[in-house]
Design a binder for this molecule. Structure first.
Ligand SMILES: Cc1cc2nc3c(=O)[nH]c(=O)nc-3n(C[C@H](O)[C@H](O)[C@H](O)COP(=O)(O)O)c2cc1C
Length: 172
């Protein structure tokens, strides 16, 4: 596990190669295994491999989503605030599981933040994506996970680079 965590880095450049259906199934299974407050599972996922739709999703915000255009797969992570007051935590954990599953499957990934972000001044990215994908208003878009086989290779983290000073023992 620790080896995988050292190696996992955000990748924003992908090969055009499609991801095999059985690999996508494993990725999604991992996400469905993520823990949630009181076991409510207040999330839903939209799996998108249609290149045209991915292209339009890449325009969901002004900065930080354009690279999605080159990804063969996107998973839109939705939460239901009416189902649980821990929906932000729960969708975040599911998103993190997607990043880790991707690494374990030989894929690479990057989180694209959507909650609280704007498509254009005064228009939320959440609204833009809901219109694009016909998502009910009762749901909220937390993130998009961009996925694919990597076409860049950021260096694994080293033990020396970790901020151990952030760890406090017994008191702050
Ligand atoms: C909550 C969260 C939101 C993020 N949002 C974006 C984003 O919108 N666009 C982007 O390119 N990267 C985004 N990232 C990726 C971070 O920039 C990246 O994880 C960070 O720079 C550390 O690099 P690493 O993932 O390679 O360790 C996000 C990551 C997290 C955890």
């Amino acid at each position: 596990m620790l080896e995988l965590l050292y190696k996992r880095r955000s990748v924003r450049k992908f090969l055009s190669r499609d991801i095999e259906a059985e690999v996508v199934d494993k990725l999604l299974t991992g996400m469905l295994l993520s823990p949630s407050g009181r076991g409510k599972r207040p999330w839903e996922f939209i799996v998108i491999d249609d290149r045209d739709t991915i292209g339009r999703l890449s325009e969901a915000k002004e900065h930080g989503s354009a690279f999605l255009k080159g990804a063969p797969l996107a998973v839109v992570v939705l939460g239901n605030p009416e189902e649980s007051d821990t929906w932000i935590e729960d969708t975040s954990i599911a998103s993190a599981y997607a990043l880790l599953m991707a690494e374990s499957l030989g894929l690479s990934a990057c989180w694209i933040q959507i909650r609280g972000r704007e498509y254009s001044p005064g228009v939320l990215s959440d609204r833009y994506i809901k219109n694009l994908l016909t998502i009910p208003d009762t749901l909220a878009v937390e993130s998009i996970i961009a996925l694919g086989y990597p076409d860049e290779n950021p260096a694994a983290r080293t033990h020396e680079s970790l901020p151990f000073e952030k760890i406090h023992r017994n008191k702050y």
